[in-house]
Design a protein around this ligand. Structure first.
Ligand SMILES: *[C@@H]1O[C@H](CO)[C@@H](O)[C@H](O)[C@H]1NC(C)=O
Ligand SMILES: *[C@@H]1O[C@H](CO)[C@@H](O)[C@H](O)[C@H]1NC(C)=O
Ligand SMILES: *[C@@H]1O[C@H](CO)[C@@H](O)[C@H](O)[C@H]1NC(C)=O
Length: 228
């Protein structure tokens, strides 16, 4: 009986989440944050890279807060934190976690661009970069978008490696499938041959040899009786 209750509760929760989602949907469409199409960016150590981020808000904004965070497996840090007064002003940086970071782009003329430039790249800069935006005009609605940065030695090599890995995996899978098919065929063939051989030898010592009368060694009598 408690099981039915649990199920009812789960259903209620599910419905509740669904309804809440319906309510939130029009709101979440108003503020959007985007880091562009690429979810992973490759950059060479020692160079610089632009991490793109733009936002859009159909209600307009005032004292909009934006910040970038960095996250890797063992590190989490705030990279840059600032505000944009209104649609006619450029962003003002309040806090910067690293001298190698500069805020690029502009928030004037509906550009809403809060991209950052990361210079003197080190291998340890590899990780997740998240761009957050919070708009007080929209109930402090917060949105964010994440980009993954991979700092590498050389660009081409990584591309080749990735392609090679993909090709190798695809090739490996296809090869394995073919191998399995062949193996199956081979095993079937061998089994058939073995069975045939057994028949030929007229030996049926194994218990699972089901001859019609069930008698071991009676396979020879399977032939139609010959008239004398
Ligand atoms: C990139 O890192 C390698 C290995 O640490 C180093 O030898 C090389 O000088 C670095 N390249 C740049 C441009 O800093
Ligand atoms: C950082 O990333 C890890 C692994 O993806 C995740 O478990 C963790 O919640 C993230 N931390 C923050 C503060 O976002
Ligand atoms: C944002 O600004 C940077 C720096 O000016 C620029 O390179 C980039 O193309 C801009 N992004 C968009 C989407 O306009």
């Amino acid at each position: 009986m408690s099981r039915a209750g649990d199920r009812g509760k789960a259903l209620a929760r599910w419905l509740g989440t669904g309804l809440l989602g319906l309510f939130l949907l029009p709101m979440s469409l108003s503020l959007e944050v985007s880091v562009g199409k690429a979810t992973t960016i490759y950059a060479v150590n020692g160079t610089e890279i632009l991490l793109p981020c733009t936002f859009s808000s159909c209600f307009g904004f005032e004292n909009l807060r934006f910040w970038w965070t960095y996250n890797s497996t063992d590190v989490f840090k705030l990279l840059i934190d600032g505000t944009v007064k209104n649609e006619k002003s450029d962003p003002r940086v309040k806090l910067k976690g690293d001298d190698r970071i500069t805020l690029e782009g502009s928030t004037k003329e509906k550009m809403n661009n809060i991209s950052i430039l990361l210079s003197s790249l080190e291998f340890s800069d590899t990780g997740k970069y998240t761009c957050h935006v919070k708009n007080p005009k929209e109930n402090d609605l917060q949105h964010h978008a994440t980009i993954f940065l991979q700092v590498v030695d050389k660009l081409e090599e990584v591309d080749n490696t990735v392609t090679l890995i993909i090709l190798a995996v695809v090739g490996g899978v296809i090869g394995l499938l073919i191998f399995i098919l062949l193996l199956k065929k081979f095993i079937t063939f061998v089994l058939k041959k073995t069975r045939e051989k057994k028949k030929e030898c007229l030996v049926s010592s194994s218990g699972n040899d089901n001859t019609e009368n069930g008698l071991p060694g009676s396979k020879a009598e399977e032939k139609p009786p010959t008239k004398v």
